[in-house]
Write a protein that binds this ligand. Sequence first.
Ligand SMILES: *Cc1c(COP(=O)(O)O)cnc(C)c1O
Length: 402
Amino acid sequence: MNPLQNDPRIEYGLRPVINASGTMTGLGASIVSPETVEAVASFLPHFVEMSDLQRKAGAVIAEATGAEFGVVTASASAGVSQAIASYMVGADLGKAERLPDVDGLARTEVVMQIGHMVNYGAPIDQAVRLTGATLVPVGTSTETKEYQLAAALNERTAVGLYVVSHHVVHYGQLSLAAFARVCHAHGVPVICDAASEYDLTGFLKAGADVVVYSGHKFLSGTTSGIVAGPKVVVRGVYLQSYALGRGMKVGKEGVVGAMVALRSWAKRDHAAVRAKEDGTLRLWKERLEKIPGITPTITPDPTHNPLSRLHVAVDPDKANITAWDLADRLAAGDPPVIVRDHEVEWHYFFLDPCNLHPGQETIVAERVEQECAWARTQPAPVRSNLDDRNRAKEQALLRWPD
Ligand SMILES: *Cc1c(COP(=O)(O)O)cnc(C)c1O
């Protein structure tokens, strides 16, 4: 089956974007695997008792992660909020219904390293505050010491929240093991947000009590969050769907999609996927290194997921275009190619091979070659002001839907 035949995006008047940026929820997250599509489609016309479906999903999550049990939420972000709420109110629906009012609750503080206070499309501190919890930042942006964490923990602390992500500050932070050891010494449990990570067992082994994943990122499932941990905590997460979590409801398609995605993950030929991605990276590197002013380097994932990306450095003087103008022209062109440009002020972007359909790798290389050839014909350097560019993006968002 070639998903690009009968492409529904054309019928709906949507641009057929090529995703060379990784798993971006703003682009529809990932390519949902045929197995998951089929399983979800088979469930859609049927009624199902959701509490039973979640019970089945819990067993699948336990099997995949090594946790005692699990539950599917609407998203990883919802999973973080609901897991915090679970630690604050336990299996008490009366207290759950009062959230985000935390009056009378004993433990309402959530401790995080400042270097972990990321934005994954929304600020993570809001996922914390949504529950009524108070966020207690520890350390400084570039450094946290165990004594600083210890000093922040007290009888009001509900949870220590740890983030594993390329978004976090990558030096000077406590390891998960150290963070968990200090928290546990103070009787405080640890939730690990590992939304985008491939490792389904390591974070629990390293000391996290609860781990949260996205079903729709590397797992290639439907939009969902996966929460794994002790059964009593997971029960509390599930019970939030009758309270705070009601507005973050996951449907049957989300639960089935996450279950099947987890099962497929266990069976997936990871070495073959990796080999294919590496082939794409070599092809891109060979073609891009011939372009004046472009220096491509194959770079491992910063959080040690088993994947690499192409780091594309753009010398604006030699290429006659800046990295951000090149990224924007690739995104605006035909077909649109979306690159990973969140560090573009440093004159590079990444090409990520993990969400391409067969044949798109050559289109990506061609599009970069075309835009660079165009730039070389320009009499003046293509160099827009980066602040203006960023402001224009912000203003475009604020004008939505216009
Ligand atoms: C993507 C991401 C999230 C949010 O995941 P959703 O499932 O889309 O809510 C949370 N945390 C981190 C670290 C992420 O990368």
